[in-house]
Design a protein around this ligand. Structure first.
Ligand code: SAH
Ligand code: SF4
Length: 411
């Protein structure tokens, strides 16, 4: 059974939209502490000498208590709350749709306002509850400029990068909806881990290539892992990249989260076809960047994701190639059964083939869990995300792509 709340009707949306972000007010979500203090002073709301203290107070309300309205910040005077509300917002984005799969997986379709010129955009976020953990799969871009041939998101042209606020909003809103803040109730019948936090892990594996939106992703993940706020351990945050080699070292150095590489092939000819960014950053460079990843050790391994495509990359020869390629790198190999989507020419490998492949890798000494497909009934599984967001005008898109190429030029 799939549950789907269609929130496209006015009435149904009102409840969730209560306080949805007003475009004219600046959001305080996603600012660093210093930026938060500066914004308060610049607005004339808070005198300079109080900036640090007020920033700390707001930080606690926003990220520990999870309030989405200044009215709920009880240790701040009524007058100051009203002043804050005139200039700023801490509201959640609009939820267009929430779907709940038979296996408890949830998928939200969020709508964010236009930033500058353009139209509102829509992105998807997925929650995957398991026995001892709850993982939130977060998007970093609307669509993706890369065109991995087996990925649904890749068929959607990039509309724009998400801001740090929008990246964090996915986490905050998911925690709202799951009752994962102090003194909140979990919805009746929700499937969540039996103990501990409902969202215990995050993976940057939703729509988009996080390393093509480095600054916003960095900002959001540093806030998500801040010990006085959302407080997620960096070991429970994984960033997945298709292989943007020049940003891999910075990811370890400046963000310090766990790294996952979408490998999918063990020779350049095949990887060029499956993950076209390989033409720019071939396997030799990618593997060298992995070996140099800061903090890499047996306790902090890199996850290599490998999608199982029937008769494409699933032979024992491929498994041998994989072991050879990763020799000496502290690694986990995550085999992902291909999740089909309308219009794809690929098929998922047979179960028997996947098990043989996994056994081979296991015998070579690697943990090789097969990722159980989750939420397939609501197109929430890996690579199935694709919102119907409005396309950016072609000229804007080309300009943005040119900017990205400039920022990520040949190493
Ligand atoms: N852009 C980043 C993160 C998002 S994709 C990246 O490519 O790493 C998250 C993972 O899902 C990647 O490993 C991606 O290759 C994989 N994936 C994409 N489409 C898939 C599909 N149809 N079936 C299974 N996995 C898929
Ligand atoms: Fe983009 Fe990742 Fe999909 Fe490739 S697999 S198209 S990089 S989202």
């Amino acid at each position: 059974m799939t549950l789907s709340f269609d929130l496209t009707t006015e009435g149904a949306r009102d409840a969730l939209r209560a306080g949805a972000t007003q475009p004219e007010k600046q959001s305080l979500i996603g600012l660093t502490r210093a930026e938060l203090g500066e914004a308060l002073v610049a607005s004339g709301t808070v005198p300079e000498r109080q900036a640090k203290m007020r920033a700390q107070q707001l930080w606690h309300w926003m990220y520990v208590r999870g309030v989405s309205d200044f009215a709920g910040m009880f240790n701040i005077s009524k007058d100051l709350r009203a002043e804050l509300d005139k200039h700023f917002t801490v509201a959640r984005p609009e939820i267009v749709e929430e779907q709940i799969s038979a296996d408890g997986t949830r998928k939200w379709l969020f709508r964010f306002p236009p930033r500058g010129a353009g139209r509102p955009v829509e992105i998807e976020t997925v929650y995957i509850p398991e026995e001892g953990r709850g993982t939130l799969c977060i998007s970093s871009q609307v669509g993706c400029t890369l065109t991995c041939s087996f990925c649904h998101t890749g068929t959607q042209k990039l509309v724009r990068n998400l801001t740090a606020e929008e990246i964090l909003a996915q986490l905050l809103t998911a925690r709202d909806r799951l009752g994962d803040f102090p003194d909140r109730d979990t919805p009746d019948g929700a499937i969540v881990p039996a103990e501990g936090r409902k969202v215990s892990n995050i993976v940057m594996m939703g729509m988009g290539e996080p390393l093509y939106n480095f600054e916003a992703v960095k900002k959001a993940l540093l806030i998500a892992s801040d010990g006085d706020g959302l407080s997620l351990s960096k070991r429970r945050i994984t960033l997945s990249t298709s292989g943007v080699v020049p940003e891999i070292f910075r990811t370890g150095e400046e963000i310090g989260v766990m790294l996952a590489i979408s490998l999918h092939a063990t020779n350049d000819d095949l990887r060029d076809l499956l993950v076209p960014i390989n033409k720019k950053y071939p396997l030799k460079d990618l593997i060298a960047a992995c070996r140099a990843y800061p903090g890499l050790s047996n306790a902090k391994r890199i996850t290599f994701e490998y999608v199982m495509l029937k008769d494409v990359n699933d032979s024992i020869e491929d498994a041998k190639g994989l072991i050879k390629l990763l020799k000496g790198i502290p690694a986990k190999i995550n085999l992902i059964p291909f999740n089909p989507w309308p219009g794809t020419n690929y098929q998922c490998s047979d179960w028997e083939t996947i098990e043989k492949f996994a056994d081979y890798i296991n015998n070579a000494g690697y943990a090789s869990p097969i990722r159980t497909p989750r939420g397939r009934d609501i197109l929430a599984a890996c690579g199935q995300l694709k919102s119907d967001s409005e396309r950016m005008r072609k000229v804007d898109r080309l300009a943005l792509e040119a900017m990205m190429i400039a920022g990520h030029g040949e190493a």
